[in-house]
Ligand binder design. Structure first.
Ligand SMILES: Cc1cc2nc3c(=O)[nH]c(=O)nc-3n(C[C@H](O)[C@H](O)[C@H](O)COP(=O)(O)OP(=O)(O)OC[C@H]3O[C@@H](n4cnc5c(N)ncnc54)[C@H](O)[C@@H]3O)c2cc1C
Length: 455
């Protein structure tokens, strides 16, 4: 029986697919969460932050979901930039209050509407992975509410196995209550950006290789509908934190003042016919032509969160939603892998807006953490039922052949056997999970689908 404090609600991730009814609890206190976890009539549970994972990692069909967003207090900030906060605090709030004081997140995903707990559970990465890795490298410690109701302080020294199973562990080891994250000192709230257009995939990957050392941040927006000699043509953005002297004179007085940004909104789900090969191709063409090779100083928000300027942009995919497929290919196979993926997508005639390509550096020690040296490509496909699932399967096969993998925070359709091959340390994760949660109190729709719940 679901707890009476729960409301039954249809939930999905950001991709709006898949969608399931869950029993949702708004939890404010640790005591409340503890009593839900240890109560005998409780079903399985999963924590949920801001629901920005794309698939079903924060969804628990006909089971309990514990919303963490009201546990969102700042606890302390040391002189050296060690932030201690509750795990429901969002990156948006951290930026709002701490960037004007000269502290920036050490790495950030392409949206700031994520919670600290959700970001740790996915071990998120940003446009600087090639230089500094994923968030796990900057998490000093966290407090975890476990299935027994005990609260454990986890760090590299204390419960290290649990620490590294939780970083990237998709919420399946327990609930992160508070966390300590090392922030970076910055002089300004701006980055110095260089925009370069490339003609094709070879040029794009070459540019990454040549510039990885010199630029803290890099990202390429690939027009993935182009074929032949233009396949993989991109707009590449390379950037470094701007210093005060990089700013125009009028900005130098208040270099940490953030530029105000108006957010537009997609008011409702658009009809699914809005997006087709023609419209996407036209959009990609306009995007490519609108960007010239140039240097500019760009605000923090504009550079890191271009999509956040349109609220609810996921509605452009209509009611059926979309799949975000993120592929990682090891460095030695990057060109062949990306080429094969782009060929398959183009042949499938399933339109994807500009795809995002990033360069990746060394892995951290997270047992299920996603990235290792190579390149990662993120693509959006409007969900068209079995056709889209079949395309993802074909893309998975390319990854399996070339030693690549998908990203759990984006995944909605991969199966357990594929995931097991992609993540060779999975048994290690399951061992920790068995020890810390022998009754599988923590579970999610994704966890069951991907075989992350021991049997
Ligand atoms: C526009 C957009 C761009 C993105 N770009 C990137 C990117 O560049 N790089 C990247 O790495 N990711 C990216 N993401 C994915 C996003 O960063 C992750 O999915 C992140 O985990 C979302 O955080 P959330 O708070 O919304 O978590 P949710 O989606 O609510 O949950 C995600 C996972 O975290 C777990 N979780 C949440 N809170 C807790 C907690 N307190 N304790 C334990 N587990 C918890 C959940 O159980 C679930 O498994 C992007 C997403 C969007 C929508």
């Amino acid at each position: 029986m679901p707890d009476k404090s729960a409301r039954r609600q249809s939930l999905s991730g950001w991709g709006n697919y898949p969608r399931h009814d869950c029993f949702v609890h708004e939890v404010a206190s640790q005591a409340q969460q503890r009593s839900l976890i240890t109560s005998t009539d409780s079903q399985t549970l999963i924590a949920r932050g801001l629901g920005r994972s794309y698939g079903d990692s924060a969804v628990n069909a006909l089971n309990d979901v514990l919303l963490q967003t009201s546990r969102n207090r700042f606890l302390s900030l040391s002189e050296t930039g060690l932030l201690r906060c509750e795990a429901g605090l969002s990156f948006a709030e951290i930026i709002k209050y701490l960037l004007p004081r000269g502290w920036a997140l050490p790495t950030t995903p392409g949206t700031k509407f994520v919670t600290v707990g959700g970001a740790i559970a996915s071990d998120v990465h940003g446009k600087n992975h090639h230089q500094c890795g994923s968030l796990g490298n900057f998490v000093q410690a966290f407090r975890l509410l476990t299935a027994s109701g005990d609260v454990l302080d986890c760090s590299r020294e204390s419960h290290p196995d649990l620490f590294w199973a939780t970083i990237g562990g998709m919420g399946l080891t327990g609930i992160i209550l508070t966390a300590q994250i090392q922030l970076n000192r910055v002089e300004t709230a701006w980055v110095k950006q260089e925009t370069r257009r490339t003609r094709n995939l070879t040029d794009t990957l070459d540019l990454f290789v040549k510039t990885d050392q010199d630029y803290q941040y890099s990202v390429a927006w690939i027009d993935c509908l182009k074929r032949g000699s233009s396949m993989g043509r991109s707009v590449v953005m390379l950037a470094n934190d701007a210093s005060v002297s990089d700013l125009p004179d009028r900005r130098q007085q208040k270099p940490l003042q953030m530029k105000k940004r108006r957010r537009k909104k997609v008011p409702f789900n658009l009809p699914s016919i809005t997006l087709n090969r023609l419209t996407v191709s036209a959009f990609n063409g306009v995007y490519f032509r609108a960007h010239r090779d140039k240097e500019s100083v760009v605000s923090y928000d504009e550079f890191f969160y271009p999509l956040d300027s349109i609220q609810s942009w996921n509605r452009i995919y209509g009611k059926r939603g979309f799949i975000q497929y993120q592929a990682l290919i090891p460095k030695q196979n990057s060109f062949d892998g990306m080429h094969e993926l782009l060929e398959l997508i183009s042949k499938s005639r399933q339109a994807s807006f500009l795809a995002v390509l990033k360069s990746c550096g060394p892995a951290d020690d997270g047992i299920l953490s996603y990235l290792f040296p190579g390149h990662t490509l993120a693509l959006d496909f409007p969900f068209k039922g079995p056709r889209t699932i079949e395309l993802c399967k074909q893309l998975d096969e390319v990854l399996l052949k070339l030693g690549g993998r998908i990203y759990a925070a984006k995944d909605a359709v991969t199966n357990a056997s594929t995931f097991h091959v992609m993540y060779p340390r999975l048994e290690e994760f399951l061992k920790v999970k068995r020890q810390i949660d022998p009754e599988n109190v923590f579970s999610s729709s994704q966890g069951r689908r991907l075989g992350l719940i021991p049997t």
